[in-house]
Design a protein around this ligand. Structure first.
Ligand code: PEP
Length: 249
């Protein structure tokens, strides 16, 4: 269960959250729980993450260092001891021109420095309505996994996030979400093999909340969630983690 705070929470608010949540989520032996926070609070959160919660970033530059004003390098992230990084979130694709090629470069770089990339893919409403969803997912997934070796691909987490469901309150039905995640699993099988396809973790994201999480997580092709709005409230995030854990037992 991964939370994406986006551009929310001051340092004090982030600290309040971590103190409220860190020791109340399921054991890491049962569930991987991650909060992806703004870069400026990552170190503060890592220091207080406890035994079961993990911390991730929301973006990373694909270069090692240099004249990229305002960017965060891979080594800067690893020096905070975060373990995850979101790559290619639709908001970054939309507002910051993050192309499929950049997503691939960032994914390769994240793996190189030992971070677990959470790679986001998903179609717009217009693409879904014109029956283009599977084509879009195929292009995004094939680009993202380009030149990723058999031994590395297991480490990637893929998040299926239909853009029309992000922050809109419109959740994909569990059947739609499961179908798309299943399609992505099939793409991974074609690129690698069945073993990889079964092991790779595929999340659903898009208006997941405490009411719909159980139904979504009970689907066979959905291994977990990437959650924006509902991950901001400590009690909701704890519930999301517990429900996901129960659904997957
Ligand atoms: C997200 O930020 O990736 C997301 C899915 O947001 P929300 O849960 O608010 O739709």
């Amino acid at each position: 269960m991964a939370g994406n705070w986006k551009m929310n929470k001051t340092r004090d608010e982030a600290l309040q959250f971590i103190y409220a949540v860190a020791d109340k989520i399921p054991s890491i032996t049962e569930l991987d729980s991650v909060i992806c926070a703004p870069s400026i609070v990552l170190r503060d959160l890592v220091k207080r993450q406890g035994d079961n919660l993990r911390i991730g970033a929301q973006n990373m530059n694909e270069n090692d260092s240099g004249a990229y004003t305002g960017e965060i390098s891979p080594a800067m992230l690893t020096s905070t001891n975060v373990e995850y990084v979101i790559i290619g979130h639709s908001e970054r694709r939309q507002y910051y021109n993050e192309t499929d090629i950049k997503v691939n470069e960032k994914t390769i770089k994240a793996l190189e420095v030992g971070l677990t990339p959470i790679v986001c893919v998903g179609e717009t409403l217009a693409q879904r309505e014109s029956n283009d969803t599977f084509n879009v997912l195929k292009t995004q997934v094939e680009y993202a996994l380009k030149n990723i070796s058999y031994s590395d691909v297991f480490k990637i987490v893929i998040a299926y996030e239909p853009i029309w469901a992000i922050g809109t309150g419109k959740t994909a039905t569990s059947d739609i979400a499961d179908e798309a995640c299943g399609y992505i699993r099939g793409l991974v099988e074609n690129l690698y093999d069945k073993d990889v396809a079964l092991k790779i973790r595929i999340l659903y994201g898009g208006s997941v909340n405490v009411k719909n999480v159980k139904e979504l997580m009970s689907k066979p092709n959905i291994d977990g969630g990437l959650v924006g709005g509902a991950s901001l409230k400590p009690d909701d995030f704890i519930t999301l983690c517990n429900e996901a854990n129960e659904a997957k037992k």
